[in-house]
Design a binder for this molecule. Structure first.
Ligand code: CO8
Length: 261
């Protein structure tokens, strides 16, 4: 499938970059963009075997300014429900792929755009970025996982303030409350995302992938079950060649060469 609204670039070190490419509408997500994202994450990504993936927005102004409002306005009831359902599946897919995903937030991350960033594992924001959930201004509310993923990060009160007011916050405030992990100068956002991606790419891939499962799945369980999951998954690492290589490299005082086996 050729892509119309996303760009995919495979870079050295098994790092991929996905760019949402609708800059004229601040990279708003329409059906077709969601379909392309699903196609990429479900069918292409598993073949690419990436160690890390960066998601960003085209142009200089926006990561993603939300769902495409014009398209939503013209939807019929049933279509709207399918659209919501489809977006949920895409975001859950992004959240669960083995490669760690980094959102390089290079501007507005609003509504469905902020929800997309929250489906990623790590968020790096430009100091010019603005984040928020303006949906209540449109007579709806964040329905692509926003009310749930944000609550798990910010807690109830702050989530309600953001969601009920629809007000945007700037990158520094987003950092202060834990919505993004880093704030960097605007021109450095991709560089910082790549730096993190490269660092991850040089770590033991099995350890990173299993840690992602342990953290994501464990965060939805009670502590006892989550610890059991952790024990089980970390034992899988012990059987890997990478574990032997990583420990041997430490003892030999050299950098490890991981094979993902
Ligand atoms: N959808 C469609 N077009 C958009 C969107 C969008 N989300 N955001 C911006 N655009 C378009 C504008 O219409 C404009 O197009 P044109 O040049 O043809 O007029 C172009 O992008 C540039 O935007 P502006 O001229 O508005 O630029 P400004 O710098 O003046 O403002 C803003 C930038 C503040 C980002 C402003 O564009 C804005 O408020 N955009 C809408 C943001 C928003 O409301 N996002 C949430 C959308 S709803 C959503 O994401 C719901 C997800 C879950 C839905 C399912 C459950 C209900």
């Amino acid at each position: 499938m050729g892509y119309e609204f996303i760009l995919y670039d495979r870079q050295p070190d098994d790092i991929g970059v996905i760019t949402i490419n609708r800059p004229k509408v601040l990279n708003a997500l329409n059906w077709q963009t969601l379909r392309e994202l699903r196609e990429f994450f479900e069918y292409l990504l598993p073949k690419e075997n990436l160690k890390s993936l960066i998601i960003t927005g085209a142009g200089d102004r926006a990561f993603v300014a939300g769902a495409d409002i014009l398209e939503m306005y013209n939807m019929k009831d049933r279509e709207f429900q399918e659209y919501v359902d489809f977006a949920h599946k895409v975001y859950e897919l992004i959240e669960s792929v083995p490669s760690p995903c980094i959102a390089a937030i290079n501007g507005y991350a609003l509504g469905g755009g902020c929800e997309l960033a929250l489906s990623c594992d790590i968020r790096v924001a430009s100091e010019k970025a603005k984040l928020g959930f303006p949906e209540v201004k449109l007579g709806i509310f964040p329905g692509w996982g926003g009310t749930q993923r944000v609550t798990r990060i910010l807690g109830l009160g702050r989530t309600k303030e953001l969601v009920f007011t629809g007000e945007m916050i700037d990158a520094n405030e987003a950092f202060r409350v834990g919505l993004v992990e880093k704030v960097v100068p605007h021109e450095s956002v991709m560089e910082e995302a790549r730096r993190i991606a490269h660092t991850i790419a040089n770590r033991g891939p099995i350890g990173v992938r299993l840690a992602k499962i342990a953290i994501n799945a464990g965060s939805e369980m009670d502590l006892k079950k989550a610890l059991l999951l952790e024990k089980t998954l970390v034992s899988l690492c012990f059987d890997s060649e990478d574990r032997i290589e990583g420990m041997k490299a430490f003892l030999d005082k050299r950098e490890p060469t991981f094979k993902g086996k």
